[in-house]
Design a protein. Structure first.
Lengths: 550, 66
């Protein structure tokens, strides 16, 4: 793919704007809270778009287009079954505790609800996950630029990392959030014309239906057996593993996304943030999954849409979007499309780095190293942590270069950590009897159960490092099943240990547990300001979409 | 300065610049049969005008906030 001067100009303008935003916001950053928490002053429309954009990284944009080609419409379960319901649940039920408890992070909520060891365990696992995830985003960006544009791998890594460093270092979380919103519009407006051109060239929706195998054009048909659907998943794995445990585990407990709602101006805005974000989330498959179906239809009609194969002879589905960009976009709009891809990688990286520096500063440094320092001191620590986070990400990107399967490994680590964490939160928020010891040992056991399940099962050549007791049809199916097993083990053990250990007094749990907290009253507000009504409406739309594409 | 801190203004400005570039590129350099640049350019400019208008309205409505 060859870029012209107009394409490079658009990329340069984008870099100029993202760095400019950092410089403009620099003057407003005076304390650690400004830098790490935006001082809870961000308007609703920005927090909502940042909420969805923080997740709009490499995995979402390139990965979901790849899944669209590999698994067809089954991929929309990540949105219409998992994400949307979890986001509504977060807004309606969980956000009052996060926001109302005045916790500055998810691990800090665990400290308030349980104890210090549970918070530290979660802070450490989260910190490791975020810098690894950030590094993988950086690695994927450099690999993509090297493959499709012939750019130097090292220069791509250092250039992208430097831009992210400049704007997050100068403007902190506010700068990252502002850039996420710009990146959101760029990704949507940069890729939407590609989808339009692709669908048009494929002969419209009728052309896609005609040329793509029927199994990939349904959302629920074929779920009676893993052999009957392209994803190779069973009903329990899909509904309980993805739809409940993995989706709720990610959207309701991962600080990377929850942080975007926690910086809202007030509780009502914080509750509506994930619910309003669910609206573009419902539509996102049009941008990130439809290209996968489009390329399948185009492959049947034209010769130049075949995807490259890797060294093992397997189709490289990650090249769906780059191939469409190359074949359908002329110079000019091609620059916008490439910039949209760069934006998605940088958005993913910056989101991880800003979540990392908040958790490290408040939950590790302030808790275990220096408790009562000034706000200015924590500002400096936050900035130093930002630099360290970026440097570790660069190191991780180079490590990822040596391991073909690190993306898979990272996904697996997410299911090890987030799935049991959701069980801990579910019990902690809705059962006042849950104790700190139970939460800690339940979390550890859930994570261990995930590791053991992976060691005893095989999928696509991965796992079974203890013994092979079962073989899954696909790696996705394996991850879904590991997630629900980890959740059930954590939930069961936490409940049992809670019953034999001493609970905290009820007065200490006010504002932290559902039954002991006064419910937010939204009775007198318009329906669009009421999180419950808004959530129900979005849920209804999602159900209708599931029925239409059954 | 206050205007520059309004995200709607920044987003509007970005898409205005890119939209004008795409339209200009189409008329100066591009193949006349390739119309995607000009259509996308017009779309971006329309989006930019909407964001800039919203920004201006907000400035009038609430001069204290971003």
């Amino acid at each position: 793919m060859k870029l012209e001067i107009i394409d490079y100009t658009i990329i340069a303008i984008y870099f100029l704007f993202v760095i400019g935003i950092g410089f403009l916001l620099k003057r407003q950053i005076k304390t650690g809270n400004d830098f790490l928490m935006s001082n809870r002053s961000i308007p609703l429309w920005i927090t909502s778009l940042a909420f969805i954009s923080a997740n709009l990284g490499a995995q979402e944009v390139l990965g979901m287009a790849a899944n669209g080609a590999k698994y067809g419409l089954y991929t929309v379960h990540f949105y219409w079954l998992g994400a949307v319901t979890a986001m509504i649940f977060l807004g309606v039920f969980m956000m009052p505790f996060y926001y109302g408890s005045k916790a500055r992070s998810v691990p800090e909520y665990l400290k308030l609800r349980f104890d210090e060891k549970t918070r530290t365990f979660n802070a450490l696992t989260f910190a490791v996950m975020t810098v690894f995830s950030s590094g993988v985003s950086l690695y994927a960006l450099a690999m993509l630029m090297q493959t499709i544009l012939g750019w130097n791998f090292d220069i791509s890594i250092w250039a992208a990392a430097s831009v992210v460093l400049v704007y997050t270092f100068l403007g902190g979380l506010t700068s990252a959030v502002y850039n996420e919103v710009l990146q959101f519009f760029l990704i949507v407006l940069g890729i939407a014309p590609l989808v339009f051109l692709g669908v048009h060239k494929a002969g419209g929706w009728e052309g896609i239906v005609q040329h793509v195998e029927d199994a990939k054009l349904h959302v629920w048909k074929g779920l009676d057996s893993p052999a009957h659907n392209p994803m190779g998943v069973d009903f329990i794995g899909m509904v309980f593993g993805l739809g409940f445990v993995l989706a709720f585990g990610y959207w309701c407990t991962d600080f990377l996304v929850v942080q975007r709602a926690m910086i809202s101006r007030n509780l009502n805005d914080a509750r509506r943030t994930p619910i309003i974000a669910a609206v573009p989330k419902i539509l996102m498959p049009l941008i990130v999954i439809l290209p996968g179906l489009v390329i399948l239809a185009l492959q049947k009609q034209f010769t130049n849409f075949n995807l490259p194969v890797n060294a093992n002879g397997e189709t490289n589905y990650n090249m769906v979007l780059p191939t469409l960009l190359q074949q359908l976009y002329p110079s000019g709009i091609l620059g916008v499309g490439i910039t949209a891809l760069i934006a998605s990688f940088m958005s993913g990286m910056a989101g991880n780095v800003t979540a990392f520096n908040t958790v490290f500063t408040f939950d590790i440094y302030q808790t275990h190293i220096k408790k009562d320092a000034s706000q200015k001191h924590y500002l400096i620590i936050g900035k130093i942590t930002t630099v360290i986070g970026i440097l570790i990400s660069i190191g991780t990107a180079y490590i990822a270069r040596g391991y073909n399967s690190i993306m898979d490994l990272l996904q697996l680590v997410f299911s090890f950590v987030n799935a049991p964490l959701f069980a801990t939160f579910a019990l902690g928020m809705f059962w006042k009897r849950t104790t700190g010891h139970a939460a800690f040992w339940g979390l550890l056991s859930g994570t261990a159960a995930a590791a053991i399940t992976h060691g005893l099962t095989l999928a696509e050549g991965k796992g079974a490092w203890i013994a092979k007791l079962h073989t899954f049809y696909s790696g996705t199916s394996q991850a879904f099943n590991i997630a629900w097993i980890a959740f059930v083990v954590c939930l069961t053990l936490t409940a049992i240990i809670s019953l034999v250990t001493k609970p905290r007094e009820e007065k200490e749990l006010v504002g932290l547990v559902y039954s002991l907290t006064s419910k937010p009253k939204d009775d007198n507000k318009a329906w669009y300001k009421n999180p419950l009504w808004l959530g129900l409406l979005i849920l209804l739309v999602t159900i209708v979409l599931n029925i239409i594409f059954f | 300065m206050k205007k520059l801190l309004d995200l709607r203004f920044v987003i509007g400005l970005f898409f205005l610049v890119v939209g004008v570039l795409l339209v200009g590129y189409h008329f100066i350099f591009s193949n006349a049969t390739e119309t995607i640049n000009v259509w996308c350019g017009i779309l971006f400019i329309a989006f930019a005008v909407m964001m800039l208008t919203l920004s201006k309205q907000e400035q009038h409505k609430n001069p204290q906030e971003n």
